[in-house]
Design a protein around this ligand. Structure first.
Ligand code: SAM
Length: 232
């Protein structure tokens, strides 16, 4: 369970109504039962429930069960698509270990708005279910052009573009370090975006294979390629 509170031996943990509902009703736990807790800083802890009610509850951290594992320094930038598919991308990116998830507006992106709070909640759920000790931060929707204007060129960008379609490239040989993956919208990147990305030295174009993948598939495929070659 992801909790905001610090975790240390003997530390009391206040539980909110959602967490108490999850533990009590969904997991059928009660006073004396134990669950695993993490807060993104202190690793994973065994926590024991003191009491649960409809309004919340309390637990106590007993022992650390895993040290804090920091996420790989990988960001995922993607152009949001339909709600369910955007949810899918956030969930899978959190499972695959992206440290930061950034919805971006490109020239062909349809969506003008996202519900950042809802997407962040999806990231929390995904991190809980895959036993991670951190939750990726979901950023607000931002225009790609503005992000590129202020980009720190120490962070390389892996730019997936179906225009390069061909055999999937092996990423081995690329330098380790901070990276961001960039996935385009259903309509693909515009010619002016392609021209700009091509000029940037810290941008590496990549093919994900000979077929045109949907954006959600492309996100998962590129996260897997990155993990295999450059992840830990
Ligand atoms: N509108 C485009 C078309 O019909 O030709 C397809 C865009 S695709 C659905 C959405 C995004 O997924 C692309 O912008 C790209 O980032 C990524 N993508 C899909 N297939 C890819 C491939 N074979 N190689 C690299 N990137 C790919």
């Amino acid at each position: 369970l992801f909790i905001e509170h610090p975790l240390a031996e003997g530390q009391g943990i206040p539980l909110n109504a959602d967490q108490a509902h999850y533990l009590g009703t969904v997991m059928r736990q009660g006073a004396g039962d134990a669950f695993l807790a993490f807060n993104g800083r202190d690793g994973e802890w065994l926590a024991r429930i003191d009491g649960l009610s409809r309004r919340g509850g309390t637990a106590v951290a007993e022992a650390q069960t895993a040290p804090q594992r920091d996420p790989p320094d990988l960001w995922l930038m993607f152009a949001p698509i339909k709600k369910a598919r955007t949810d899918f991308i956030v969930e899978k990116a959190a499972e695959m270990g992206a440290a930061r998830i950034m919805p971006v507006q490109t020239e062909h992106t349809n969506s003008e708005r996202i519900r950042q709070d809802r997407l962040q909640a999806h990231a929390v759920e995904a991190a809980e279910q895959c036993g991670g000790t951190y939750v990726p931060e979901v950023a607000d929707l931002a225009p790609l052009s503005r992000l590129l204007d202020g980009w720190d060129s120490q962070r390389r960008i892996l730019w997936a573009d179906e225009a390069l379609a061909g055999p999937a490239q092996v990423l081995a040989g690329l330098p380790r370090g901070p990276w961001a993956i960039l996935i385009g919208p259903e309509g693909g990147f515009s010619e002016s975006e392609r021209a700009r990305l091509t000029r940037l030295a810290h941008v590496t174009p990549v093919s994900l294979g000979p077929r045109i993948l949907r954006a959600d598939t492309a996100a998962v495929a590129s996260l897997a390629l990155w993990q295999a070659a450059l992840g830990d």
